[in-house]
Design a protein around this ligand. Structure first.
Ligand SMILES: C[S@@+](CC[C@H](N)C(=O)[O-])C[C@H]1O[C@@H](n2cnc3c(N)ncnc32)[C@H](O)[C@@H]1O
Length: 280
């Protein structure tokens, strides 16, 4: 994720790395590679899915109860919510009825916070589906948000239903380092949209090639556009609040949170990640 200093997994398997800035909390625990490998085999997947599952288990489990209200995490969520709302408006979701009727899939939904927010906004949970490689995160999502259909599995192997009005792909492709797999994920996401539907995309992107690590790599804009089969993305302004700024402003007595939200909303400090939507 944005600002993420990608950990070198092989060198620090049991440490509590800081991890992705918007999503990872510091209470990572050790890996369980054999369990992950068995799951990957059972699902007919190769080492790649297993590696990604292991990576996210290290970063996200066990869940830090304070994570959602830490300044940076909270502001990242708020900022992303503003972009989702903006995208929905641009694609014609104009009323409560439109929102209620929306069918949405989130690929790599993690603990389900984005879908839970859509429900809070008024979306009908029975129209929402989330899929994620990590079963424990899917369990968290189910506990967080009743009524949404949450599926544990690889999007490339899982029948998620559809078609959907909106598919969300947030912070997923940076941890998929194989270009062919990224292409397949993107094709699958686009194929699940109804005509005129929209893929909402959010991730760390860069203009120049990023050396990355074996398990984390920013996308270049050219690469991203290359996965879209000729479709043109609608980019929003780079969309991420710097952690150091958030952590200084939010704790200010009384005005901190308000000031940080205003600074984000008017576009200051939004410097690291990219939000885009792509019409089917
Ligand atoms: C950084 S998390 C993002 C979670 C959520 N989208 C959010 O914005 O809070 C990325 C998630 O993508 C999931 N993921 C990666 N590749 C996947 C695949 N092929 N199929 C399903 N989920 C995948 C990982 O398991 C991980 O939970």
């Amino acid at each position: 994720m944005p600002g993420y200093r990608a950990p070198r997994r092989s060198m620090q398997p049991r440490a509590a790395p800081r991890g992705p800035r918007d999503l990872t909390h510091p209470s990572a625990r050790g890996t369980r590679p054999s369990v992950a490998r068995d799951e990957a085999r059972a699902a007919g997947e190769g080492d790649e899915a297993e590696e990604i599952r292991r990576f996210y288990r290290e970063r996200f489990l066990p869940q830090n109860a304070w994570w959602p209200i830490l300044p940076h995490a909270y502001l990242c969520q708020r900022q992303r919510q503003r972009r989702i709302r903006q995208s929905l408006q641009e694609i014609g979701v104009a009323s409560f009825e439109d929102l209620r009727a929306l069918r949405v899939l989130e690929v790599g939904c993690g603990g389900g916070s984005n879908l839970a927010w859509l429900v809070e906004m008024g979306a009908d949970p029975t129209g929402l589906v989330g899929v994620d490689l990590v079963p424990e995160r899917i369990e968290q999502a189910r506990q967080r948000c009743a009524g949404v259909r949450f599926l544990a599995g690889n999007i490339l192997e899982t029948d998620v239903g559809g078609p959907f009005d909106v598919v969300m792909l947030f912070a997923v492709l940076t941890s998929v380092t194989n270009a062919e797999t990224k292409q397949k994920i993107m094709e699958k996401c686009l194929s699940l949209l109804r005509p005129g539907g929209a893929l909402l995309f959010y991730d760390l992107m860069t203009r120049r090639e990023d050396p990355g690590t074996p398990n984390y790599k920013k996308l270049t804009y050219a690469e991203f556009e290359g996965y879209l089969g000729g479709r043109r993305p609608r980019y929003f302004k780079r969309d991420y609040l710097r952690r150091d700024v958030a952590e200084r402003i939010v704790p200010l007595p009384r005005v901190g949170l308000f000031a940080a939200e205003v600074l984000q909303a008017i576009g200051w400090f939004n410097i690291e990640a990219t939000f885009a939507h792509v019409r089917a």
